[in-house]
Design a protein around this ligand. Structure first.
Ligand code: 0WD
Length: 254
């Protein structure tokens, strides 16, 4: 029971294929108490049964991270229902479809701003707003992808957002280390989820990763979940500012 006594919030469960679902499962199995958020009413119907599955029926809150007032309301709700928390999982990204295929340099300012706002700035704002609730031995985790470190066909605008997210992870880690808060990212290999469906020729990415990674396989949300649980637990008490690859080793290949 590596997460016994720990309480936290997971943002970014859309359904039971979401990476955030894999992380919730691993944390719940190790005894964590988890609060969940949903983006909108359509997703509320998906997230509520998932929360119930993990014994969190009364810990489900709206939070569209593009709306500062919803982040503030989340803080109030968590304070009321959980008091202190020990972990935050940020498993959220969005880019308008025009940013996920075709020629990168055609990207509009509007699409660029939306992707950066939802996929990057939201991590900073969520951490800042929830900081008063974080215990002095707490852990923040976000999700990134190799397309933020190297060119990946069609990842385009999201690659720029992930590069910014990875540096955000490091700057937050430095800022918050003195308060006993660790901040890490998992760079997951490609997984077929709702968000992934928006990326041009995603099936090719899956095949390519499988064929060219040392482990010769694609990763599962359970595998990312287990690594996430480690980064949220005290097992990783000396780890912060890390971009931890959970990709079958794909990133080491030349
Ligand atoms: O191959 C993949 N699937 C990888 C995903 C490889 C490596 C990293 N990632 C990252 C994604 O970029 C994202 O940061 O993992 C994170 C989670 O993505 P996911 O699990 O692949 O996708 P999904 O199940 O769709 O969850 C992402 C969710 C959204 O789902 P939809 O499909 O509705 O966009 O992010 C949430 C939403 O629930 N989301 C928001 N939540 C609050 N406010 C917002 C928002 N404005 N926008 C999207």
């Amino acid at each position: 029971m590596l997460m016994k006594g720990k309480k936290g919030v997971i943002l970014g469960v859309a359904n039971n294929k979401s990476i955030a679902y894999g992380i919730a499962k691993a944390c719940a199995q190790q005894g964590a108490q988890i609060a969940f958020t949903y983006l909108n009413e359509a997703l509320q119907k998906r997230v509520e049964p998932i929360a119930a599955e993990f014994g969190s029926d009364n810990l489900v809150y709206p939070c569209d991270v593009s709306k500062p007032e919803e982040i503030k309301a989340l803080k109030e709700s968590l304070e009321r229902d959980l008091g202190q928390i020990d972990f935050i999982v940020h498993s959220i990204a969005f880019a308008p479809k025009e940013g996920l295929s075709g020629r990168f340099y055609d990207i509009s300012r509007e699409a660029f701003d939306i992707a950066m706002d939802i996929s990057v700035y939201s991590l900073i704002e969520v951490v800042r707003e929830l900081k008063p609730l974080l215990s002095d031995n707490s852990s923040v985790l976000t999700l990134t992808y190799y397309g933020g470190a190297k060119y990946i066909p069609n990842y385009n605008l999201m690659g720029i957002a992930k590069a910014a997210l990875e540096m955000t992870t490091k700057y937050l880690a430095e800022d918050l280390g003195k308060d006993g808060i660790r901040v890490n990212a998992i760079s997951a290999g490609p997984i077929k989820t709702l968000a992934a469906a928006g990326i041009g020729d995603f099936r090719f990415m899956l095949k390519w990763n499988e064929a060219h990674s040392p482990l010769k396989k694609n990763v599962t949300i359970d595998e990312v979940g287990n690594s996430g649980m480690y980064l949220l637990s005290d097992l990783s008490s000396a780890v912060t500012g890390e971009i931890h690859y959970v990709d079958g080793g794909f990133n080491i290949m030349g």
